[in-house]
Design a protein around this ligand. Structure first.
Ligand code: NAD
Ligand code: AKB
Length: 313
């Protein structure tokens, strides 16, 4: 059996923390190396190796991959939608260069598998709003969405041309309590729980009837692990798989929280993130992921809300 040695890049971020912990459970603590530009997240401390790494420095990344005998790379470093609109050049440069560095090194060092997430942000105003299918009109309007769509085709290219086994999911907005979101348009669905637990009114930056595709972090981590463990013959999409969890609006999540905290309330003060949200689909059709590698969502709005309110401190 092959002994896996996994490098997680961007391990201190919202997904990185939980994915690193999940991978350490599966592959053993010492076989999963967490890395990030910023300091180690406290939840990772004492659970396994950590290296400080800037993915923009290709040589440094290459040295780490060789020195540590890496067999799989999970690339999570990126600039998300809202932050990306504040600095489009930086978002394009990080999101593209990081992926190309990893794909090149994977090709040169025969890395067994690479994981790189895309996003529902690839879809734009001309994509279907409801049950947005795997293959459809894709004309993203944010720099983040453009970088993700371009990245999907780089993954497809490296798979077809060089045989790099790179796999990808178009995550919806992710909701978690262990680590904070990093500058996205869907972040409100995490912030709202903190306000509710603190006994405060939540000021939402989206309008009350803005529906977006969302997913609980448990489901996102399970989907990632299941995709990466699937037999390569089952993976028919080498750009990125649609992935669906739930779809709700700020009004609906407020009403769901009110079932547990009666006097909780949200007021609405839409900002520039509203235009980004309006450009995205409201719900996603992930039937291809279901068919190819057996994907099935577990958490709906009610189950996610209950778990979040139980765990947010
Ligand atoms: P995040 O912003 O929380 O974490 C990204 C991490 O990358 C941060 O810890 C940051 O310090 C690190 N990083 C930034 N620049 C770096 C560099 N030069 N070198 C090394 N590390 C660097 O993001 P996240 O929410 O965890 O997202 C991870 C991936 O998943 C991204 O590709 C994102 O586009 C994608 N995604 C996230 C969501 C979501 O809702 N969180 C949804 C869809 C897709
Ligand atoms: C964002 O809002 O930018 C992210 C995403 C959906 O990619 N959460």
């Amino acid at each position: 059996m092959i002994k896996e040695k996994i490098l997680v890049i961007g391990a201190s971020g919202q997904i990185g923390v939980e994915l690193t912990l999940a991978l350490r459970k599966i592959y053993g603590n010492s076989n999963v190396i967490a890395s990030d530009l910023r300091e180690q997240n406290p939840l990772l401390e004492g659970t396994g190796p950590y290296v400080s790494l800037d993915v923009m420095n290709k040589e440094m990344l290459h040295v780490q991959v060789i020195r540590q005998g890496i067999t799989q790379i999970y690339l999570l470093a990126a600039i998300l939608s809202a932050t990306g609109e504040k600095n489009p050049n930086l978002a394009w440069s990080l999101n593209m260069a990081s992926l190309l560095h990893v794909l090149d090194i994977a090709k040169e060092e025969n890395i067994r598998k690479v994981y790189w997430p895309s996003s529902i942000a690839v879809f734009g105003p001309t994509s279907p709003k409801k049950n947005c299918p795997q293959q459809t009109i894709i004309e993203p309007s944010t720099v983040y969405g453009i970088s993700k769509y371009a990245g999907e085709f780089w993954c497809n290219y490296y798979f077809n041309r060089y045989g790099v086994d790179v796999r990808s999911l178009r995550y919806p907005g992710l909701i978690s309590y262990k680590s904070q979101p990093g500058g996205g348009t869907t972040d409100y669905a995490v912030e709202i729980f903190q306000a509710a637990k603190d006994g405060e009114q939540y000021e939402c930056f989206l309008k009350e009837n803005t529906y977006l595709p969302m997913m609980y972090m448990d489901d996102a981590i399970r989907a990632t692990v299941e995709l990466m463990e699937a037999d390569a013959s089952k993976i028919t999409i080498r750009t990125s798989y649609n992935l669906s969890g739930m779809s709700f609006s700020p009004k609906e999540i407020t009403q769901e929280i009110q079932k547990h905290i009666i006097d909780f309330d949200t007021m609405y003060k839409p900002d520039s993130r509203q235009a980004i949200a309006d450009s995205w689909p409201q719900s996603i059709d992930d039937s291809v992921a279901q068919k190819d590698w057996g994907w099935k969502t577990k958490y709906d709005l009610a189950a996610m809300t209950k778990d979040m309110l139980h765990n947010v401190t």
